[in-house]
Design a protein around this ligand. Structure first.
Ligand SMILES: Cc1cc2nc3c(=O)[nH]c(=O)nc-3n(C[C@H](O)[C@H](O)[C@H](O)COP(=O)(O)OP(=O)(O)OC[C@H]3O[C@@H](n4cnc5c(N)ncnc54)[C@H](O)[C@@H]3O)c2cc1C
Length: 398
C-alpha cells in the first residue's frame, strides 16, 4: 500500500498512525484533523484541565517531533469534506488526494441545546474540544451562577469543577434520575448525595424550558415553571457519532459507522475506529465512547490493515473524577437485573444478570475495580453473598 489516510486526529487517529508504523508500515501515512491542535486526550477537559490544574502541553498524546520522526504527515486544521470510496479519493479545501486505504476516526459530536431552549441567546457551552474550554474557562469565575443541563458524567464532572472554583451550581436532569443511561440507581443515588454534600443544587425530572435574558443569558425557566438567575450554561446532553462524511459517502450507518468484527466499513478499503464506529457483539451492535475503546479498536484496525485478520473484542472500562472521588467502571451493564452493593475499601456496585457478573462501578475502591475487571474478562462470576461481604478481602472473590 502506498498511502493510508487516517481521517480524524483524535485518540483513535493518533493510535492508528503510531500502531501502523510499529507494525512496519513504511508507505505514505497522512493524519487529517479538523481541529488545529496536535492529537490530545479529552478526559481532562472536564476534569484537571478545566480546573486549571493541568498544563496544555500535557494534554498532547505525543509531541510534534514524534510525528516527524515517524514520518507521519500531519494535516491539522484541515477538515475532509468528501470521501469517494469508488475512486478512493478524499477532498479538502485545498484539493483531492488518492489513497489505497482510509480509516475514519471522526469521533463524536456533542448535542447542543435546541433554539427553543436557548431562546436565541448566545453563550451556552459544550465540552468536547480544547477550543470549547478556551471559551468556557474564563467565564468560570467564583460567585457566578452556572446551570448544568444534563446529569451524565460530563455534566457531573463540570459541576464538581465549578464548585471547586466557587461557582453556584444548579444541575437539571430531565430523566427521573442522574446517570439514567449509564449507571444503576444505587450509583446515581451515591453521586447525588456526593454532589449535594458539595453544594450542588440537583433537580431531577426537570429540564430547561428556556433561557431568559436581553441579549445575554440572565436566567432560566425550567420545565416545572421555576425561574432561576443564571450567568453561564453548560449543556452535557450527550453526543452522537460523527458520521457526516461516511453518510455522504454512502457507507452503511447503524448507530455510527457500521463496521464488521475486523473494523471494515461497507466500502472496500475503508475502515473505522473509535467513537464513530459501531461494531458487532454477538447478534447485536455496540458503540462505545471511551478512551480504552478508541485505543484498542484503533490498534486492531491498524494490525488488520497489515494483514492480521483479528476480530475486535472490547474489554470495556471507564473512569470519572469528581471532587476527591475516582469512579472506575469495568464491563458493560446492559441487561442487568440485580445489583449487589459492597462496602469494602470504598463503595462498589456489582451488576449481575442472573448469576452472571456483567459490570462493576467502584467508587474510591481500586481493588474492587481490578478484581471485578479480571473476573469479567475471565467470564467468571463470584458468589453474590461473598461480594456483599465487605469485611472479607475483595481478592478472595478471585
Ligand atoms: C469532556 C470529555 C471527558 C471524557 N472523559 C472520559 C473519561 O474519563 N474516560 C474515558 O474513557 N473517556 C472519556 N471521554 C471520551 C473519550 O475522550 C472519547 O471516547 C475519545 O476521545 C474518542 O476518541 P476518537 O479518536 O474516537 O474521537 P475524538 O478524540 O473525538 O477525535 C475525533 C477527531 O476527528 C476530527 N474530525 C471529525 N470529522 C473530521 C473530518 N471530516 N475531517 C477531519 N477531522 C475530522 C474531530 O475534529 C476530532 O478531533 C471523554 C470525552 C470528553 C469530551
Amino acid at each position: 500500500m502506498d498511502h493510508i489516510a487516517v481521517i480524524g486526529a483524535g485518540q483513535a487517529g493518533a493510535t492508528l498512525v503510531e500502531t501502523l508504523r510499529k507494525q512496519g508500515y513504511a508507505g505514505r501515512l497522512t493524519l487529517w484533523g479538523a481541529e488545529d491542535a496536535l492529537p490530545y486526550q479529552r478526559p481532562p477537559l472536564s476534569k484537571a484541565y478545566l480546573l486549571g490544574e493541568m498544563e496544555r502541553e500535557r494534554l498532547q498524546l505525543r509531541p510534534r517531533s514524534f510525528y516527524d520522526t515517524q514520518n507521519v504527515e500531519l494535516r491539522l486544521g484541515t477538515r475532509i469534506d468528501a470521501l469517494d470510496p469508488a475512486a478512493m479519493t478524499l477532498t479538502h479545501a485545498d484539493g483531492t488526494e488518492v489513497f489505497d486505504a482510509a480509516v475514519l476516526a471522526t469521533g463524536s459530536t456533542p448535542n447542543t441545546l435546541p433554539d427553543r431552549c436557548t431562546g436565541g441567546l448566545p453563550g451556552t457551552h459544550v465540552i468536547r474540544t480544547l477550543a470549547d474550554i478556551d471559551r468556557l474557562r474564563p467565564e468560570m469565575v467564583a460567585g457566578k451562577r452556572m446551570l448544568v443541563v444534563g446529569g451524565g458524567y460530563i455534566g457531573l464532572e463540570a459541576a464538581a469543577v465549578a464548585r471547586k472554583i466557587g461557582l453556584e451550581v444548579v444541575l437539571v436532569e430531565l430523566n427521573v434520575r442522574l446517570l439514567g443511561r449509564v449507571a444503576c440507581k444505587p450509583t446515581a443515588d451515591w453521586f447525588r448525595a456526593l454532589h449535594r454534600e458539595h453544594g450542588v443544587d440537583i433537580r431531577e425530572g426537570v429540564g430547561l424550558d428556556t433561557l431568559l435574558g436581553d441579549g445575554r443569558i440572565e436566567g432560566a425557566r425550567l420545565t416545572d415553571g421555576t425561574e432561576l438567575p443564571v450567568d453561564l450554561v453548560i449543556a452535557g446532553i450527550g453526543a452522537r457519532p460523527e458520521t457526516t462524511l461516511a453518510d455522504a459517502a454512502g457507507l452503511t450507518i447503524d448507530d455510527g459507522i457500521a463496521v464488521d468484527a475486523r473494523g471494515r466499513t461497507s466500502a472496500p478499503g475503508i475502515w473505522a475506529a473509535g467513537d464513530c464506529a459501531s461494531f458487532p457483539v454477538g447478534d447485536a451492535r455496540a458503540r462505545l465512547e471511551s478512551v480504552p475503546n478508541a485505543i484498542d479498536m484503533a490498534e486492531v484496525v491498524a494490525r488488520n490493515l497489515m494483514g492480521a485478520e483479528e476480530d475486535y473484542v472490547p474489554r470495556p472500562w471507564f473512569w470519572s473524577d469528581q471532587y476527591d472521588v475516582k469512579l472506575q467502571i469495568a464491563g458493560l451493564n446492559a441487561g442487568f437485573d440485580d445489583i449487589v452493593v459492597r462496602d469494602g475499601d470504598g463503595r462498589s456496585h456489582w451488576y449481575f444478570a442472573g448469576d452472571r457478573l456483567l459490570a462493576v462501578d467502584a467508587m474510591n475502591d481500586a481493588r474492587a475495580y481490578m478484581v471485578g475487571k479480571r473476573l469479567i474478562e475471565a467470564r467468571r462470576s463470584p458468589d453474590k453473598a461473598a461480594v456483599a461481604d465487605g469485611t472479607a478481602p475483595v481478592k478472595s472473590l478471585m
